[in-house]
Each structure stands twice: as C-alpha cells, then as structure tokens.
Write a protein that binds this ligand. Structure first.
Ligand code: NDP
Length: 248
C-alpha cells in the first residue's frame, strides 16, 4: 500500500514502542518519516531501519519541538501528519506522589503535545491540510496509582476535541487513540514496579481483556494510520479506544 506516498510524517517518541511501530507503518506505506525522540541513539537506529530521519528532541522543551517540526518541513516541504507518542509513567498513589513526578508526567504528555500541535498547526493551516493523532490511554478513565498519568491522558482527550474544532475549518483532522495494555518498555516498567515478570503481568491482563490478549504496538499503529488516511477524512475530534474491548 502507498497511502502515504509524498507525505511527511513526524512522530514524537518514535524511537521505541508504539511510536516506532507507527513510524514503521507510515514508512512502509510510502511516507517520509521523522522520528523526534529523547533517546537519540534509539531514534537513529529506528530511523535507519525504516529509511527515515531522526531528530533529538525533548518534547518538554519548546525550542526542541519547534526545531523538530522545522526539520521535517524543510526536508519535505510540508508537514502532513503529526503523531504525538512521547510519554513517560511515574506511578504512585496520591499520598506518595512527589511534585516532580506530577510535573514530569503532566509536562511530557500535555505540554509536549501542546508544543507539537501548536508548531505543526502553523504549517497545516497554511497548507489547508493535515492530520494529527494524539495518544491518550484507557487510564484516562481512571487508574489506581496513576493520578498524574490519568489526568494527562484525560486532558489529551479534551485537547483533541478543541483542536478538532479550531483546526477543522483549515481541513486539519485531529483525533485521539487511547490504547489499553500494549506490550512495550512502558508496560515492562509497570511489571517491574509490581514485582512480577512481564509474562505473568501480561497473562493476568489478558484474562481481563475481552479479546483475551494484550495489544501489540502494531495494533495501535494500524489505527493511527487509518485515522490519517483518506478513509477517515470525515472523522475528527474522536477518541478511539484500542484496548481489545470497550474498557481497560
Ligand atoms: P515507550 O516507553 O516504549 O516509548 C516512549 C518513547 O517516548 C521512548 O522512546 C521515550 O524515550 C520517549 N520519550 C519519553 N519522554 C520524552 C520526551 N520528553 N521527549 C521525547 N521523547 C520522549 O512507550 P510506549 O510506546 O508504550 O508509549 C507510547 C505512548 O503510548 C505514550 O504516550 C504512552 O503513554 C501511550 N500509551 C501506552 C500504553 C502501553 O500499554 N504501552 C497504553 C496507553 C497509552 P526514553 O525511553 O528515553 O524515555
């Protein structure tokens, strides 16, 4: 398939996990892909593997984010797709949550996505076309031990809907994908914190999921690609749960 031939795509947090699978999916369908990630070495490796480009970028730094968008635009002449996957978890119960862990998670997810969306819209509005996909989570519905993360992920759903309203008149679609449990470094980190092996953790989660398995990064990447394709040209402001069932 070459649905994204001639399109320039920027994926934040694209070095690993869901972002890397998304970058790979777009590249395999003809796009020029820019991976903007904290982890420069991993970003380079992922970019090389898919024939894309890597930009070192901390999404909590406005200048870094604006430079990443400019790098993509100056190479491809446009920015057609923005996917904001950069994310961290710093889980703890409310009574033990530090200011640093609150700020770190809120800044990475919410401010980082705000910076990226604001920098990207400038070009998409001028072009009168563009697609944005923001990454939320089933944790937006509430999750014990994730007061910071669930707040950020719920906020991203509100951000999606407002961006869809503001940018729709410029032919820019903005949607949100909210994954459930996906097998990545992030969920491995959760298993470690809980003191169980990843396999045990994934097996226990699978029992609770109607489709009886955990998700893979490719499950999310496919949904993101659909939302950025012509097939979804009249879909905007929506939150799609990719969770093997209706809830976490
Ligand atoms: P990974 O940890 O595998 O990948 C996240 C990537 O984002 C890493 O490369 C990470 O770099 C990078 N990153 C972190 N902070 C920054 C930053 N400040 N600036 C730039 N890049 C950064 O996680 P996932 O692929 O699992 O998660 C991707 C997104 O999906 C996140 O938003 C996450 O919240 C969301 N999500 C994940 C779910 C899951 O079950 N895995 C479920 C629901 C949502 P580094 O490794 O160096 O920190």
């Amino acid at each position: 398939m070459t649905r994204f031939q001639g399109k320039t795509v920027l994926v934040t947090g694209g070095a690993k996990g869901i972002g890397a699978a998304t970058a790979k999916r777009f590249a395999s369908e003809g796009a020029t892909v820019f991976i903007a990630d904290f982890d420069e070495t991993a970003a380079q490796e992922t970019a090389e593997a898919i024939g894309g480009h890597a930009v070192r970028c901390d999404v909590t730094d406005r200048e870094d984010v604006e430079a990443a968008v400019e790098a993509a635009v100056s190479h491809g002449g446009s920015l057609d797709v923005l996917v904001t996957c950069a994310g961290i978890i710093r889980d703890n119960m409310l009574f033990k949550m530090s200011d640093e862990d609150w700020d770190g998670v809120i800044d990475t997810h919410l401010k980082g996505t705000f910076f990226a969306a604001r920098a990207a819209q400038k070009h998409m509005v001028e072009q009168k076309s563009g697609k944005m996909v923001l990454i939320s989570s089933t944790s937006a519905l509430g999750n014990r031990g994730q007061v910071n993360y669930s707040t950020a992920k719920a906020g991203l759903q509100g951000l999606t809907k407002t961006l869809a309203i503001e940018l729709g008149p410029f032919n820019v679609n903005v949607n949100c994908v909210a994954p459930g449990f996906i097998a990545t470094a992030m969920t491995q980190q959760t298993a470690e914190r809980m003191g169980v092996s990843f396999e045990q953790f994934a097996a226990a989660v699978s029992e609770q999921v109607p489709l009886k398995r955990v998700g893979q990064p490719e499950d999310v990447a496919g949904t993101i690609a659909y939302l950025c394709s012509d097939d979804a040209s009249y879909v905007s402001g929506q939150v799609i749960y990719v969770a093997g069932g209706p809830r976490a």
